[in-house]
Design a protein around this ligand. Sequence first.
Ligand code: ATP
Ligand code: MG
Length: 243
Amino acid sequence: MVVGDASGAGPQPLLSVRRLKVFHGKFEAVHGVDMDVGEGEIVSIIGANGAGKSSLMKAIIGQVDRVEGDIRFDGQSLAGRATADIVAGGIALIPEGRRLFPSLSVEENLALGWEVGRKGEITLDDVFELFPILRERRRQKARELSGGQQQMVAVGRAMLSNPRLLLCDEISLGLAPTIINDIYKVIPSIRERGIGIIVVDQDIGRSLAVADRFYCMLEGDFSLTGRPRETDRDTVMKHYFGL
Ligand SMILES: Nc1ncnc2c1ncn2[C@@H]1O[C@H](COP(=O)(O)OP(=O)(O)OP(=O)(O)O)[C@@H](O)[C@H]1O
Ligand SMILES: [Mg+2]
């Protein structure tokens, strides 16, 4: 179901997904979905546990066994391209669970983003401006940081790969509300750079509040899509749980 005016990514979206199926071995986790993300657009994907949100993120960045359908980035097909190549082309994933290197320092973890990414204008200083605490902690090992600070490193590492599209998979999971606020506060400034952003979050309220458009995922399909301000909580919850 579509609520309101769901178009918005423009005639040539940054990311365009068509009839996408995602497989883990023989298991089909995503059943043929269409999705667009425009430059500087924030798109939220909500859905219950196991709905297929992470499968969709991993498919975009080339980390699943097999896909069917079409994923286009800036008009170019991503079919058959390796993750390293996709990242160097301008898509970054902040993975569920952060995946930092615990024994490397903050600075070393951040540098990895720079090494694997697209060459562009975002520097270490820009990241330290977004998250000043990381400048103070830059020589500490990642494992010595709090969960919130580790998540800031994960965001910073993705930013340093100079993405044009940023995929955020559960960036607030397990963090205290004040820390989550600190992390969400940087999202509009990332968008101002023209970067398209996909936000996957358990916190539906927060995720919809930051988004221009949203897709609600139910058992591998989109059950509802539109603009958060053109729908209401009851409609969203109905499609979230498939009632
Ligand atoms: N590597 C895998 N091998 C087999 N099945 C998988 C694999 N990864 C995910 N799945 C299955 O695919 C379905 C979708 O999982 P996915 O992780 O994409 O959901 P999700 O919406 O991200 O859930 P969550 O909110 O728990 O993170 C689930 O049924 C899950 O068990
Ligand atoms: Mg997930």
